[in-house]
Design a protein. Sequence first.
Length: 446
Amino acid sequence: MKTIIEPFRIKSVEPLRRTTPEERERLLEQAGYNLFLLRARDILLDLLTDSGTSAMSTEQWAALMRGDESYAGSDSFYRLKETVQDLTGFRHIIPAHQGRAAERILFAITCHPGAIVPNNSHFDTTRANIEYRGAKAVDLPIAADTQSRLPFKGNLDIEALERLIESEGALNIPLIMITVTNNSGGGQPVSMANIAQVREIASRHGIPLYLDACRFAENAWFIKQRESEYKDWTPKQIAQKMFSLADGCTFSAKKDAFANIGGLLCTNDDRLAEQEKDLLTLTEGFPTYGGLAGRDLDAMAVGLEEVLQPDYLEYRIASTAYLGRHIADHGVPIVEPPGGHAIYIDAGRMLPHIPRHQFPGQSLAVELYRHASIRSVEIGSVMFGENARHELLRLAIPRRVYTQSHIDYLVEAILEVNERRDGLRGFEIVSEPKYLRHFKATFRPV
Ligand code: F0G
């Protein structure tokens, strides 16, 4: 059989609520045209993020009951530690309540004002946590326009990295990061060869290499499909090899661990780990729970095993590609080829009449909600200001949540909006906070 099916059946359902176009118009106005400020109950398909929105499995729900809620030294922690060490090989496994908590602790200790952290592409919280320390977050993606169909478009530009180390000096670079898959860069994978090259450069200059490993399993599946040496490896073996090339990682369990909350900070550096655990105790919690309940640690441990199952990864990546192909083949410009967790519409290209400073991605996000009660997120000048490379709209697919007919509805809505794209208007910002402005900014149509 050629049809790839959802490798699960549904045992508990959550009703979706319909709204009328008039209601949505009013809700948009009330929210200052910022979709983060809508209530989730007013949304039919919520593609704002794939983070913390996964459906947990029966095994994960069962694991919650096993959660050991001891303050110190719980069995839940040791079950998680064993799973993560088997997968990553890292010596120190530090739980945190989510990815950005791990980032904050890592950068608070390693970054001084003026330091520079290169990455293939920093995500918003990563960049903000580095900048908050007075350090500089530098993106070094390989140069590629949104339309080129490279197999590993998430790769880090090796020559640019060498030039950066040369000009800034290795001592000013506390660590190099690689984000797998490259979220801000279109959900595109990074090849094992690229990780190995960065490893070699990092070792040569004595700089630690960290993975921002949120979507490590999706990246491993792309390596299996696209890097011929690994075609007979299991996703787990590939993931193990990816981690073996790094000195540590930050991880948001809200993505590739199917958890609704949770994160990890891992390292092989004993001295750093002690400092990290001290800071963790100060702000997150004791090092065997890190701001989480024991049951959350168990849900993560089970999720980390499930996410590497080939049936799941095959369905996951095929489902995202199905959405991408069905809109791109009808003329909607997307970041090609389709990524792992999301499809990114190139709103700058779709709406050439809306200039960057009037936020074409935001305009498209608002219109998709107005038209079909779909929530997506702008990844462009609203989110990244001057650092934005493209004006994108991200349609992130929560894991194991929506069925193929939901995706078909989405395709239909996007194609209808595309028909009347010439009528869409730009936006201007009415108010914005200093950091991470996309979460709270308000807008008005121009
Ligand atoms: N790194 C990357 C690449 C991410 O995509 C995210 C979160 C984080 C770090 C932070 O993790 O949310 O657990 O604190 N990305 C979500 C998104 C929010 O929608 O892409 P967190």
